[in-house]
Design a protein around this ligand. Structure first.
Ligand code: ADP
Ligand code: MG
Length: 323
């Protein structure tokens, strides 16, 4: 019979990319300046995430892998004030239920760290460890105990592509964090972590493209829009290069996407789309992030208003004399 953790795992943990999203978000929530990711075989055999964040002590470590033990939500109002990427306290437990975990962590102020091994949700061992500050989590053999799910995964290159999309987005929304990402021996992404979005864009899309993007900086009342847009002569075959962040969190929003597509419609040949990296900063209280377990969709208090600001900002940017 399935345990509650295994059932929850179905919501949070669909494939290696979703595991990586959760692990990287935890590193960012822990204030990491530098995050290292390595995958083997599209993440199906191994995923390693190492950060230099604030770490966990022995008690935190054991709690972290228990479901909801760490939920940051205690009242309904809390939901609107969330500033961390994680808040449900179920990701690590869900991941541990369907894999082999080897975690180690040390808080800055502690002399020693802790090492923890878990298999299919059962703790195998915990012991003190001489690890460095921060946290390292290694996930092996994802879904080894859920063969139906394991069978459902795509080949390594397709899983790697899904992982790269997640890593790129997180890197783009956190320019001050240094991301290093390897698939086996291959370096797939390295960002400088100096806080300059254009440099991250260059790491992700190449220097050539990054140099041609238009900068956008637009403020209207309590909505601030910043980022980069391609001029109409630069276009791609898919919409996957149009990315939105709300207060540093990646979201999918078909209304915002349509707005961008419409602005470019008359300028770009049919079936082609711009590159756009747009950061929307608004008061945490005016957006609800708790719509889906994967936290990709949000609800705005005033969607028409946000949309009109984006429309104005993009048109403003494209009508600048240098385009
Ligand atoms: P959530 O992120 O929703 O709180 P998770 O299951 O992802 O739930 O993580 C549980 C808890 O474990 C976090 O709230 C955090 O306290 C701790 N934790 C997880 N990863 C890290 C990390 N890399 N560094 C420090 N603490 C971590
Ligand atoms: Mg989390």
């Amino acid at each position: 019979p399935l345990t509650a953790n295994q059932i929850a795992a179905g919501e949070v943990v669909e494939r290696p990319a979703s595991v990586i999203k959760e692990l990287l978000e935890n590193s960012l929530d822990a204030g990491a300046q530098s995050v290292y990711l390595k995958i083997e075989n599209g993440g199906k055999d191994k995923i390693i995430v190492t950060d230099d964040g604030f770490g966990m002590n022995a008690d935190d470590m054991c709690l972290a892998f228990q479901r909801h033990a760490t939920s940051k939500i205690t009242t309904a109002e809390d939901l609107s004030q969330i500033t961390t990427l994680g808040f449900r306290g179920e990701a690590l437990a869900s991941i541990a239920a369907v894999s082999r975990v080897h975690a180690s962590s040390r808080q800055r102020e502690d002399a020693a760290g802790t090492e923890l091994k878990i298999e299919a949700g059962s703790v195998l061992s915990t012991k003190p460890s001489g690890c460095s500050e921060g946290t390292s989590i290694e996930i092996s053999d994802l879904f080894f105990n859920a063969p139906a799910r394991r069978k459902f995964l795509f080949n390594a290159s397709r899983e790697t592509a899904a992982i790269s999309e997640i890593v790129n987005r997180l890197a783009l929304s956190h320019p001050s964090v240094r991301f290093t990402y390897y698939s086996g021996p291959r370096l797939l992404l390295q960002t400088p972590g100096k806080g300059r979005l254009r440099e991250v864009v260059a790491s992700v899309y190449g220097l050539d493209l990054a140099e041609k993007l238009l900068e956008i900086n637009y403020l209207k009342h309590d909505v601030e829009l910043s980022g980069f847009l391609s001029p109409p002569q630069i276009h791609k075959a898919t919409t996957s290069n149009i990315v939105f962040f709300i207060n540093g969190r990646y979201i999918k929003d078909s209304i915002l996407l349509n707005t961008i597509k419409e602005v470019y419609n008359s300028k770009i040949p049919g079936g082609r789309f711009p590159v756009a990296i747009l950061n929307i900063s608004i008061k945490p209280g005016s957006v609800d992030v708790n719509v889906h377990p994967q936290k990709l969709t949000v609800k705005f208090d005033r969607p028409e208003y946000i949309n009109s600001v984006i429309l104005a900002a993009v048109e403003d940017c494209l009508s600048r004399p240098d385009t």
